[in-house]
Design a protein around this ligand. Structure first.
Ligand SMILES: Nc1nc2c(c(=O)[nH]1)N[C@H]1C(S)=C(S)[C@@H](COP(=O)(O)OP(=O)(O)OC[C@H]3O[C@@H](n4cnc5c(=O)[nH]c(N)nc54)[C@H](O)[C@@H]3O)O[C@H]1N2
Ligand SMILES: Nc1nc2c(c(=O)[nH]1)N[C@H]1C(S)=C(S)[C@@H](COP(=O)(O)OP(=O)(O)OC[C@H]3O[C@@H](n4cnc5c(=O)[nH]c(N)nc54)[C@H](O)[C@@H]3O)O[C@H]1N2
Ligand code: SF4
Ligand SMILES: [Mo]
Length: 712
């Protein structure tokens, strides 16, 4: 056969399926997805250079979601009797619009609200921000990223003038000589990342893990330290003391590339390692060893996860680790990064679904940012609302005087994932009207008046931005069920009914991306030079990418930081107490996190049989000493009580946790929701809740635990 007669081959479709990405976490593994009438095959994409063919058990089993029997297939509306009943799209959309108009007439547009997600593609996040500002005409749009990486984002913006979670590709881990993971458990939460840690180890690299639990990740570490919950800031300051005392500070780097060293230095000198040992429980010798290892020649990385970030002092805590990385001059070859969590955790925070933000990481209160976006949207700048409430504050305002009366939620199971959960559920119930857009039922749809069924990842096109800042393509591999619609179509239909038609109709998802490119042009997160074609050809493009001939930016801080003078800011930070510290009534620390087999609120993974077979219940990790004292036996039911509520878990007695701390996953709802126990203190800058610390007491209970799979 001659060369010319070969059929046109799309390099994104092979005999193994369509090249797309996993529906879950920020690692965004490349997958090959082949959906046939009687068979769904999903495998790792060996040509995507981030996972190189590997997948974790969640990604491997994600195909089960596509034709899942519990999929929502038609719009649902609650009848007068309170039952959810199937209805037509027109009836459902008309009802939502009517309820929104009713609230708008009675209370004004600021009584409408929207809650989005880091699971949404860039195109959806962009459209949600636009929809909230131009169709709902409310300032109150925020999203679950506020629960996720907002503290790391806050500190990175302050320190570097830019929040690019990892300012280097993930492969840098493979080249590193020393890696310090602070409250991050990526062997469970981003499993294919282990290949880069293995590569580092094969080159004699060393891994240091700081976690309150000896996690799967910690078991691979050369050095494991186990600080008290909430003491990370004191620990970082103590390490800075050691760096100063042992003359390991890179003065030349500080002089050339940073501001603010003197103020930070004088605070660090109050954190001598003997005091810090008392504050954190980490032995002085270990503190010294960590600093010496980080200061050795070669690439050193300090990476944080949610452990130090999800606190009411999260921003300052992250800044303390950035201070240490700057003082050691790590940015010459490595530096600081945060391991972002949700599928589009990075892109989701750039395109305007955040209460204080417009696309391109622009601030909504900045007049020139408003002008730029208003022009692209074809409105006057003063038509754009101002800054709205942050996620928890938004939810806490529901049904309150001056609060939100009608809410739209997409991409978040707020009735499981939010802190002070009983309060949030009460507030959701006090709404005049709640509408949820989802592919599946979850604890939040249970409270909704209208539920709209949406397409899911395999049925969509779009882009996401992974944890490295690499923009990638999600490709459609499967037909959606006949009566299911995309979030983007829903925005357009609702806009028509809210007298905002014409601004939400696009022929393709790519056309939305093209508008997003123009909206981000000149902003911090500049996507102007990216096209779908480039993204596909190059296995993703790193932002900022201001023009089509720009190669993209894998290392944004290689030469300069993003502040106007090109320098990074060190910032003096002090240890402080949490909103909910133990006392004689509630003497024990409680913290939360993740299982490898479940994802976030569990709305998706609790429906996957293979995952439920492996992890069917939330277990409370208890140290043997504590278990003995409280007469709790392995496998029995335990009731945990905080100042707010009680929750029930199954006891797992293990010496991998500190004796003063209990741990439970937050993947379950109802009486097994860890967030019943968590309080509502927020970080003053990021408005991040304290998911990683609460004061509790506990006791054995005879209440049996039911397997809490999502049954519908
Ligand atoms: N399997 C799985 N993978 C996921 C997810 C999932 O739900 N399941 N979710 C994705 C998302 S959205 C995110 S944000 C990431 C999160 O990824 P990680 O940050 O790795 O996950 P977490 O388990 O929340 O927290 C990490 C560790 O912090 C520790 N920790 C708790 N309190 C403290 C403290 O005060 N100090 C320190 N130093 N450590 C503490 C916990 O013991 C835990 O091991 O994972 C992503 N990947
Ligand atoms: N105690 C405690 N609480 C926590 C945390 C913790 O560590 N401890 N972590 C926090 C963190 S980091 C996060 S990220 C949150 C996550 O928790 P949630 O905000 O609840 O996020 P998910 O569980 O991922 O919920 C996703 C929902 O969105 C739907 N969905 C997914 N993609 C789309 C889409 O494109 N469109 C629409 N319409 N729906 C979609 C899914 O079907 C699912 O129902 O939880 C936070 N809560
Ligand atoms: S690591 Fe994340 S992206 Fe990769 S397969 Fe697992 S859940 Fe999916
Ligand atoms: Mo997250």
């Amino acid at each position: 056969m001659s060369q010319r007669s070969l059929p046109q081959i799309d390099p994104n479709i092979s005999q193994h399926g369509v090249r797309t990405h996993c529906p879950y976490c920020a690692y965004q593994c490349g997958t090959l997805l082949d959906v046939q009438p009687n068979d769904i095959r999903l495998s790792g994409d060996p040509s995507f250079p981030v996972n190189n063919g590997r997948l974790c058990v969640k990604g491997l089993t994600a195909g089960e979601l596509i034709r899942h029997p519990y999929r929502i297939l038609n719009p649902l509306m609650r009848s007068r009797g309170g039952e959810l009943q199937e209805t037509t799209w027109d009836a459902a959309l008309d009802r939502i619009a009517a309820e929104f108009w009713k609230v708008r007439r009675a209370y004004g547009s600021a009584a409408l609200g929207a809650f989005g997600s880091g699971a949404l593609t860039n195109e959806k996040a962009y459209m949600l921000g636009k929809f909230a500002r131009l169709a709902l005409r409310t300032p109150h749009v925020d999203y679950n990223g506020r629960y996720c990486m907002s503290s790391a984002a806050g500190a990175s913006n302050r320190a570097f003038g830019m929040d690019r979670g990892m300012p280097f590709p993930v492969s840098t881990i493979g080249e590193a000589h020393t890696i310090l993971l602070v409250g991050s458990n990526p062997f469970d939460t981003l499993p294919p990342i282990t290949q880069w840690f293995e590569q580092s180890r094969d080159r004699d690299g060393r891994l240091i893990v700081s976690d309150v639990r000896r996690t799967l990740t910690a078991r691979s570490a050369n050095l494991f330290i186990q600080p008290t919950v909430g003491s990370d800031l004191a620990l970082a300051n103590g390490m800075l003391f050691v760096a100063i005392e042992e003359k390991l500070v890179d003065i030349e780097f500080l002089r050339e590339r940073t501001n603010g060293w003197e103020a930070v230095r004088s605070i660090a000198l109050r954190y001598d390692p003997v005091t810090v040992e008392r504050m954190t429980g980490v032995p002085e010798q270990s503190i010294r060893r960590v600093v010496r290892m980080l200061a050795e020649p070669g690439i050193s990385l300090i990476l944080t996860g949610r452990g130090p970030e999800q606190h009411s002092k999260g921003v300052d805590t992250v800044h303390s680790w950035i201070n240490l990385s700057l003082a050691l001059g790590l940015f010459r070859r490595g530096g600081y990064g945060t391991l972002t969590g949700q599928g589009n955790g990075q892109g989701g925070r750039e395109h305007g679904q955040k209460a204080d933000q417009l696309p391109g990481y622009r601030l909504i209160e900045n007049p020139s940012a408003r002008e730029h976006i208003a022009k692209i949207w074809g409105v006057a700048a003063d038509e754009l609302p101002g800054r709205g409430r942050s996620a928890y504050e938004l939810l806490n305002s529901l049904g309150q005087p001056d609060g939100i009366r009608a809410l739209m939620v997409l991409g978040s199971n707020v009735a499981v994932a939010s802190p002070n959960l009983n309060n949030v559920i009460r507030r959701l119930k006090s709404l005049d009207f709640l509408c949820v857009i989802d592919a599946f039922h979850n604890e939040t749809t249970e409270l909704a008046d209208v539920i709209l069924p949406t397409t899911q990842w395999a049925e969509e096109d779009g882009t996401l931005t992974n944890l490295e800042g690499r923009v990638i393509r999600r490709r459609q591999a499967s037909q959606a069920p006949p009566n299911v619609r995309s979030d983007l179509w829903i925005f357009a239909e609702l806009a028509k009914r809210l007298e905002a038609s014409g601004r939400f109709d696009y022929p393709t998802t790519e056309a939305i991306f093209d508008e997003l490119r123009r909206a981000t042009a000149g902003g911090i997160a500049d996507y102007a030079g990216m096209t779908y074609q480039r993204i596909e050809q190059d296995n993703g493009v790193f932002w900022p990418c201001p023009s089509e001939d720009h190669p993209g930016t894998p290392y944004p801080f290689a030469e300069r930081f993003a502040h106007a003078d090109g320098k990074a800011k060190l910032f003096p930070v002090e240890h402080r107490l949490s909103g909910d510290e133990p006392d004689s009534d509630y003497p024990i620390y409680f913290t939360t996190g993740r299982y490898q087999e479940h994802y976030n609120s569990g709305a998706q993974t609790r429906k996957v049989r293979r995952l439920m077979d492996q992890q069917s219940l939330p277990r409370l990790q208890i140290h043997p000493d504590l278990a003995r004292e409280y007469r709790v036996t392995h496998g029995s039911s335990v009731e945990v009580e905080s100042r707010r509520a009680t929750a029930t878990f199954q006891a797992e007695i293990t010496d991998s946790i500190r004796p003063d701390t209990l741990f439970a996953p937050f993947h379950w709802g109802g009486a097994q929701a860890a967030n019943l126990l968590v309080g509502d203190a927020l970080d003053p800058t990021s408005r991040m809740p304290e998911f990683k610390i609460a004061a509790v007491r506990f006791k054995p209970t005879h209440q049996p635990l039911e397997e809490a799979a999502c049954k519908s």
